[in-house]
Design a protein around this ligand. Structure first.
Ligand code: C2E
Ligand code: MG
Ligand code: MG
Ligand code: MG
Length: 285
């Protein structure tokens, strides 16, 4: 059939593909300059303690304000940054910004430090990078931020594939007092025995497991899975954060199941850093 179509045979099948390839190529080409031109910015999404609804901190989520395409989400450029190596300087910038921001949250309220913390995502290339630990120490020092105010999120899949160097980096970070969270937990290969060997303090349960609790009655299988993970986590002295909490019913249910911390649209969408402070002040009053 393709043959019979003659010279135009690729036109339709490949038009989308070409468009995507061109878009990817052009985004990839302008990524390095975008960092120099200050086109990246960070939104912060609150992390809320389920027991009392107080804001404990926020996750830093990077965005790219592209001069032509407008605001691009991380799913549109993090993989490109990862495959070109730009993720290392970009990730360092995210960490610098977030550390500075966390320091200013904590310094607010007339010098009375609010114990707000910041979570920053770490990609596989960053975890592998030999400068990671030294960079992190320098960034925390420059920002005047206590290591315990920082939580680095590594995906379960990145950790399963980690080699000795990467595990050593994580241990060194944990030894400094930085928290390590296992992001998108439950989506990887679940040989849970590796949890005992890793310097992880928090499991971030993937959104796919909490979706079943958005409506009442909740999906009974999802409830059992969450129950099982919470009990495992607490046995190992890990805390459980749940992602993608979109309804009050879901938040109530996850609290009753013993989850510690929640994040999701029900509380707040990712937003500017000033808003986090407003939310946490509202708690205090
Ligand atoms: P993640 O770390 O699992 O972050 C959570 C994602 O879920 C965010 O998407 C957030 O906006 C979204 N989300 C939060 N609450 C809800 C909810 O209630 N419902 C739904 N449907 N979604 C919710 P976002 O901002 O698009 O980020 C996507 C991923 O990009 C992140 O997933 C993270 O893996 C990665 N990422 C973001 N910032 C960075 C960064 O600075 N460095 C690296 N390496 N990766 C990053
Ligand atoms: Mg994350
Ligand atoms: Mg996550
Ligand atoms: Mg996720």
């Amino acid at each position: 059939r393709a043959k019979a179509a003659g010279g135009n045979r690729y036109e339709h099948a490949d038009a989308d593909c070409d468009a995507r390839a061109i878009a990817r190529h052009s985004l990839t080409t302008c990524l390095p300059a975008a960092l120099d031109h200050g086109e990246f910015f960070i939104e912060y999404q609150p992390l809320v303690r389920l027991a009392d609804g107080t804001v404990r901190g926020a996750e830093a989520l990077v965005r790219w304000l592209h001069p032509v395409h407008g605001v691009l989400g991380p799913d549109q450029f993090i993989p490109l940054a990862e495959s070109t190596g730009l993720i290392v300087p970009l990730g360092r910038w995210v960490l610098e910004e977030s550390a500075r921001q966390a320091r200013s949250w904590r310094a607010a309220e007339g010098g009375e430090p609010a114990p707000l913390r910041v979570n920053v995502n770490l990609s596989p290339s960053q975890l592998r990078h030999p400068g990671l630990v030294a960079d992190t120490v320098a960034i925390l020092g420059n920002a005047g931020l206590d290591p315990s105010a920082l939580c680095l999120e590594v995906t379960e899949n990145a950790l399963i594939g980690a080699d000795e160097d990467e595990l050593r980096h994580l241990r060194q970070l944990a030894d400094l007092g930085v928290d390590i969270a296992l992001d998108d937990f439950g989506t990887g290969y679940s040989n849970l025995s590796y949890l005992r060997r890793l310097p992880v303090s928090t499991l971030k349960l993937d959104r796919s497991f909490t979706r079943g609790m958005q409506r009442a009655p909740a999906d009974p299988v999802d409830v059992k899975i969450v129950e099982g993970i919470v009990s495992l986590a607490h046995t190992l002295d890990l805390s459980v954060t749940v992602e993608g909490v979109e309804t009050g019913a879901q938040a109530d249910h996850l609290r009753l199941l013993g989850c510690d911390t929640a994040q999701g649209w029900y509380y707040a969408r990712p937003g500017p850093p000033e808003r986090l402070h407003t939310l946490s002040l509202a708690d205090a009053s």
